[in-house]
Design a protein around this ligand. Structure first.
Ligand code: ZN
Length: 236
């Protein structure tokens, strides 16, 4: 199987570097993030496995303009006819063929040739607090820090949080975005606190296995470290 069912209306697609999520609603399907370049085939497999066709994908929602999240948005948009939704800053990155700066300079230089992707031409802008018709109402939450354009999405009906890169579950731990790839530490702390305070039932991160069936103490521990100690990198 290409995907893992987290809920009857939610599938996790392991993009082998970053995660994608497929949401099922009455009016069609929604992808959260598009994966790295050349992920269209993977998406098609997951959509077919769920019992649908590519043309059922109505929305492609992008958390931020990094290649591993936005890399296949253009290809999926043209294959499905779906609408790409992204924040205002993400749309500017697409339009200007630039990307958010948040990696160490050397890594940026080394990775540049491998992190190119076709940017999306037509984007529907999501604003703070917008609610998309996904999973009973999916609220956009600005969560800058990892990058300045980063958005997360929360569905109060299901308790599902799409955290993008604001949180991750690498190394079987719930973490804030690692300092080495974070543009703004203070903003990243605040964004993580905002998301953790929702006490989500499922934390669907951009990297690492989605967190589900967890004890809330996992959330409280990170919330404590972030709010009391300010920085979490030293402690994780
Ligand atoms: Zn990223």
């Amino acid at each position: 199987m290409t995907s893992t069912k987290l809920l009857p209306s939610l599938y996790w697609i392991d993009g082998k570097f970053s995660n994608l999520y497929l949401c099922i609603d009455d009016d069609g399907l929604t992808l959260i993030d598009s994966g790295k370049p050349n992920s269209l085939k993977l998406v098609e497999e997951a959509v077919v496995e769920a019992g649908y066709a590519l043309s059922d994908v109505k929305r492609i929602i992008i958390t931020h303009a990094d290649w591993d999240h936005a890399g296949s948005a253009a290809a999926i948009q043209s294959a499905t006819g779906g609408t790409v939704f992204a924040g205002e800053k993400t749309a500017v990155y697409f339009q200007t063929r630039t990307k958010p700066k948040h990696l160490p300079r050397l890594f940026e230089l080394i990775s540049a040739p491998f992190s190119q992707y076709t940017a999306v031409e037509t984007v529907t802008i999501i604003k703070d607090g917008d609610i998309l018709p996904v999973l009973g109402g999916l609220r956009a939450i600005p969560t800058p820090g990892h990058t300045d354009d980063h958005l997360s999405f929360y569905s109060p009906t299901t308790g599902v949080l799409f955290a993008g890169d604001a949180l991750d579950t690498r190394n079987d731990n719930l973490n804030r975005t690692p300092a080495r790839i974070t543009a703004d530490e203070e903003a990243a702390n605040q964004s993580a606190i905002t998301l953790l305070s929702l006490t989500p039932v499922i934390i669907a991160c951009g990297h690492g296995t989605p967190l589900q069936g967890h004890d809330n103490s996992v959330i409280m521990k990170l919330l404590y470290l972030l709010s009391i100690l300010g920085r979490v990198d030293k402690f994780s």
